[in-house]
Design a protein around this ligand. Structure first.
Ligand SMILES: Cc1ncc(COP(=O)(O)O)c(C=O)c1O
Length: 394
């Protein structure tokens, strides 16, 4: 049996007529740049997230870049983030001229460890006139927590640390649109807890475009205005450039497609959660739950609808490479997110991190394996995956 890592064809088949109608409307109007569909999708996303402003941009990467540029983060600044993420998270910090500071992850959730973050601040930073400065005399301006695989970071602790040290929080919610986090006094959606939240609509995301697309959400009107200017080369009045931005605009056709899909997102995320439950119960029944690390669900009992949106279902095994090979031979698609920590990337050699510096990140890079998951995956396909994994360990 062939089980691909991801198959979006069934989803498209069900929505094809609506998507064609929406794109036909754009084509008939011939307004491709920042037209009514972008505005409509921005409004719908802001409403979905429960936040005042949403600014459509060209990708999740450009969402991060535009926020850093709009906040004037750059040379002599440092930005703290996780060592275990897609490259864009660290890459964007470096692209604006700032220094990425990596922090190890929590071994259970794969998200940035608040304890390690706290330790870095205590050991390597000091306050100068109310501003946090590190041992390289860079001013720490912001923290970028990444809600990896569709599970929110421990935002209560992260926000407390940020407030204490006057740091901005930019959420990399590229993988987590709709995921919720339980605060003591209520719940909040990914992307709405810090000063700005960045989303990606890369086709394989829970809400995927037919190409690249992204979004920034925020509650601060001035920041939203600045982001709208930033996505047009820092230009408000025509050909008058206030600051350096880029071409970070969300495409009208992508916005039209995404507007059709957004109302289905919660159902799709629920179907992913059901599929995740089926895997987890299947592994328990097959008696392999002690041989593999199963995904953590720390907010499960907190009464949230979207306590996890399972953008990925990731297991851990010290035999990861052999297991992957075994599954590939049985036509089961898998992926490694990510085979290296950001601190181990060649392009970040200049930061002089050493191997062994972030043991949990390095272990995750050695052991993590993403299994096939998408809303329409059949139980038969999942049973086959569970069976093959049990067979491998049996
Ligand atoms: C955690 C994370 N950050 C940023 C991005 C960048 O998004 P995009 O591919 O839309 O540029 C991604 C997308 O893969 C991601 O997973």
């Amino acid at each position: 049996m062939r089980v691909p890592l991801l198959d979006l064809t069934e989803q498209y088949r069900l929505l094809a007529d609506q998507i064609r109608a929406a794109t036909d409307e754009v084509l008939a109007r011939q307004r491709f740049i920042l037209g009514p569909k972008v505005e409509q999708f921005e409004k719908a996303t802001a409403e979905y997230c429960g936040i005042a402003h949403a600014v459509g941009v060209s990708s999740g990467t450009d969402a991060l870049l535009a926020v850093l540029m709009a906040l004037v983060i750059g040379l002599r600044d440092a930005v703290i983030t996780t060592a275990y993420s897609f490259f864009a998270t660290g890459g964007c910090i470096a692209r604006v001229g700032a220094t990425p500071v990596f922090i190890d992850i929590d071994p259970v959730t794969y998200n940035i460890s608040p304890a390690a973050l706290q330790q870095y601040i205590e050991k390597c930073c000091h306050e100068v006139e109310g501003k946090l400065v590190n041992q390289n005399r860079q001013m720490i301006r912001a923290i970028i927590p990444v809600h990896l695989f569709g599970l929110c970071c421990e935002m209560n602790e992260i926000m407390n640390i940020a407030r204490k040290h006057n740091l901005l929080v930019i959420e990399d919610a590229a993988q987590a649109l709709g995921a919720e986090y339980p605060f003591a006094d209520g719940t909040a959606k990914a992307g709405t807890m810090g000063g700005a939240g960045c989303f990606s609509f890369y086709p394989s995301k829970n809400l995927g475009a037919a190409g690249d697309a992204g979004m920034v959400v925020c509650s601060n009107e001035q920041l939203a205005d600045r982001l709208r200017i930033c996505r047009q080369h820092g230009m408000e009045a025509r050909y008058q450039h206030q600051f350096i931005g880029g071409n970070f605009r969300l495409d009208e056709l992508q916005a039209a497609i995404l507007s059709v899909k957004l109302p289905y997102l919660d159902n799709w995320s629920a179907a992913r959660r059901e599929a995740a439950k089926f895997y987890t119960e299947g592994f328990r029944q097959a008696g392999v739950e002690k041989k593999i690390q199963l995904p953590a669900e720390p907010y499960l009992k907190r009464g949230l609808k979207n306590h996890h949106i399972y953008h990925q279902y990731v297991i851990g095994s010290s035999d990861r490479n052999e297991l992957r090979e075994y599954l590939t031979k049985r036509e089961i698609g898998t992926a490694i997110y990510y085979p290296l920590g950001l601190h181990e990337q060649e392009c970040f050699e200049y930061l002089e991190y050493k191997r062994g510096e972030f043991p949990e990140t390095e272990r995750a890079a050695r052991e993590s394996l993403a299994l096939p998951i998408y809303p329409e995956i059949s139980r038969e396909a999942q049973q086959y995956v569970v069976g093959c994994i049990a067979e491998f360990f049996g």
